[in-house]
Design a protein around this ligand. Structure first.
Ligand SMILES: Cc1cc2nc3c(=O)[nH]c(=O)nc-3n(C[C@H](O)[C@H](O)[C@H](O)COP(=O)(O)OP(=O)(O)OC[C@H]3O[C@@H](n4cnc5c(N)ncnc54)[C@H](O)[C@@H]3O)c2cc1C
Length: 442
């Protein structure tokens, strides 16, 4: 069996390593245009910050690939003939496959603003972008970031770390409002501003202005302001990279359409990770998942199917985490920006410090359905158990210390959280917290 994988991101690499374990005799080829070896995309910003070197963000040593008989081809795949089962490379070479996995990731979404062409205007997705940004921001004093998601905050932090003034344009009236409830947005807005970022809400980019040398000199906003700038970071989201799938004639919509086995519309061709779109996502789930850990899970799942163990993709409990400057954010289960009518939402905030804990639970039986934590590190294993076992909020609050990752630093908040719950939900009893046993177990 020859498995050809296009893309050496977390999805492609996880599939390759899993397939090697399941099919020791298979020939496995990884084709990748961006870098010769796999690196951690979420760690890109730490290269700019100077906290890590490139070698540090490569999870596997360079010898690992040959040692595991994973053939690496550092080239762009330009076409696929799904009938003849061949992949065309930009080098002129062709590869014949038995099974093909498209793990082509995402591309930066840009809205096509007037004047977008000057140099010093870019998105941020991969190594070439990092290189471009490092050069273009050398010695500059003022930058504009456009778009209010997680890449936006990374860009703001990166620029800020080099003493560059940052104006951040966010279209929505509150930060990340499609994802976060209002209290979380307000806390983050204050936190981001406390780091000296000029966060402008309800403000969109209208036009980019260049100078005579073709370099960006200013942006014009929808509030009719002209803001001088030497660099513009476009962080208005990413979209599945469909170029190769379209060239191959595969069925696509927002992403490459796949069934629960991650099979595309062509026999022997699969898609997984950021580039895939589930034809029938489970109720309440998204069709296109653009996360590191879902890429890893999809890569592992699809390798089983390809290696003769058909395995439907089931993501399990939703979780995500991020950092807003030094403030950690974690979410487990479902915490939509607005709770559904059958869901109650308890929110505790520290009166003066950036700490917030929100727990959603069903009104009918008080079973917890999701948690948001800001500035308080929670234990994933504990929350997954509580959510999986349909634990009532009273029990969760009584045992809250079990989920506390930094028990020494934040233990003191638990009594305050329970007092606040009793104030907001006086009719729901919370059992007396159990004392820690001799060996620290609950
Ligand atoms: C700056 C940044 C920070 C992020 N931080 C987080 C985070 O903290 N947590 C989180 O969960 N997610 C994060 N993400 C998202 C996460 O990185 C992605 O969900 C994940 O990398 C997707 O993995 P993938 O393997 O599906 O695709 P990718 O990582 O995009 O890899 C696909 C690879 O395929 C290559 N490729 C595409 N087409 C071809 C072709 N025709 N020929 C050859 N090669 C090709 C591409 O060049 C690319 O290298 C971040 C993303 C970015 C951009």
């Amino acid at each position: 069996m020859h498995l050809v994988i296009i893309g050496n991101g977390i999805t492609g690499v996880t599939a390759a390593i899993t397939a090697r374990r399941l099919a020791p005799d298979a020939r496995i080829t990884l084709v990748a245009a961006e870098s010769a070896h796999h690196y951690s995309r979420p760690a890109l910003m730490y290269l700019y910050l100077g906290h890590l070197r490139y070698a540090d963000v490569k999870p596997y040593e360079d010898w690992f690939w040959a040692e595991n008989r994973l053939e690496l081809v550092h080239a762009e795949a330009t076409g696929v003939d799904t009938a003849a089962r061949t992949v065309q490379l930009a080098t002129g070479q062709a590869l014949t496959y038995d099974n093909l996995l498209l793990a082509t990731g995402s591309v930066v979404r840009t809205a096509g603003w007037p004047g977008q062409q000057p140099s010093g205007v870019q998105g941020f997705y991969g190594l070439p972008d990092l290189e471009k940004m490092s050069q273009a921001t050398q010695g500059i004093r003022q930058a504009v970031v456009v778009g209010g998601g997680l890449i936006g905050v990374e860009l703001a932090e990166m620029l800020h770390s080099r003493g560059i003034g940052v104006t951040w344009l966010v279209r929505e009236p509150r930060y990340w409002q499609s994802v976060l409830p209002p209290e979380e947005s307000a806390l983050l807005e204050a936190h981001i501003r406390s780091h000296g970022i000029e966060l402008r809400l309800s403000t969109e980019l209208r036009e980019i202005l260049g100078d005579e040398q073709g370099r960006v000199r200013a942006v014009v906003t929808t509030t009719d302001q002209e803001l001088p700038t030497e660099w513009v970071g476009l962080a208005t989201g990413v979209q599945p990279n469909l170029a190769l799938a379209r060239a191959a004639g595969l069925e696509t919509d927002l992403g490459i359409l796949v069934n629960e086995l991650l099979e595309t519309s062509a026999p022997g061709a699969y898609a997984a990770g950021d580039c895939a779109q589930h034809r029938q996502p489970a109720p309440g789930e998204v069709a296109v998942e653009q996360l590191w850990y879902t890429g890893r899970m999809q890569g592992e799942t699809v390798a089983h199917t390809i290696c003769g163990q058909p395995t439907p993709y089931r993501r399990g409990q939703w979780f995500n985490s991020a950092k807003f400057f030094n403030l950690e954010y974690q979410t487990y289960g479902r915490v939509p920006a607005q709770p559904a009518a059958d869901t109650a939402s308890f929110c505790w905030q520290h009166p003066t410090r950036p700490h917030l804990l929100r727990i959603n639970f069903r009104r009918a039986d008080h079973v917890v359905t999701g948690v948001n934590a800001l500035g308080l590190r929670q234990r994933q294993d504990v929350w997954e158990r509580w959510l999986g076992e349909q634990t009532p909020i009273g029990v969760v609050l009584a045992q809250l210390a079990a989920a506390n990752f930094d028990a020494e630093f934040s233990r003191q908040h638990e009594p305050a959280i329970r007092r606040e719950f009793a104030r907001q939900f006086p009719d729901i009893a919370v059992p007396k917290p159990r004392r820690k046993g001799l060996f620290g177990a609950w």
